[in-house]
Design a protein around this ligand. Structure first.
Ligand code: HEC
Length: 105
């Protein structure tokens, strides 16, 4: 295989992996029922993921704090409606989802 073809092939698979993981995160959010109350770019019961990402853009501790809050539930940051606890999430899943949410633009 010439190096040029090899490079094109590598680039193609890198793109596939990147797009695959974005939809894997969306699938996880769906499987864990987050999308019953959240959408990427509009407010439902809870704030949109885009608004959450904007709010914490400059907060370096947000990832850990939010991962904990997602599992424990909480209220008072966005309004009076509370988020119920999500014990169906393990720590790794909570971290993965929060990282993804904070990357939504
Ligand atoms: C029953 C509705 C509901 C479900 C299900 C739900 N949320 Fe929420 N979520 C809310 C509400 C309401 C808030 C705002 C809470 C507040 O004002 O503190 C919120 C807030 C958040 C925040 C921001 C917290 C903060 O302190 O700024 C994150 C991140 C979040 N949710 C992620 C998730 C993830 C991930 C899931 C799925 C595991 C999920 N939510 C499931 C209703 C929900």
């Amino acid at each position: 295989m010439s190096s040029k073809i090899l490079r094109v092939a590598l680039l193609g698979s890198a793109l596939l992996i990147a797009s695959g993981s974005a939809s894997a995160n969306a699938d996880l959010a769906k499987a864990k029922n987050c999308l019953a109350c959240h959408a990427t770019d509009k407010k439902l019961v809870g704030p949109s993921f885009k608004d959450i990402a904007a709010k914490y853009a400059k907060d370096s501790g947000a990832e850990a704090n939010l991962a904990q809050k997602v599992r424990a539930g909480g209220s008072g940051v966005w309004g009076q409606v509370p988020m119920p606890p999500n014990p169906q999430l393990n720590e790794a899943e909570a971290g993965t989802l929060v990282k993804w949410i904070l990357s939504v633009k």
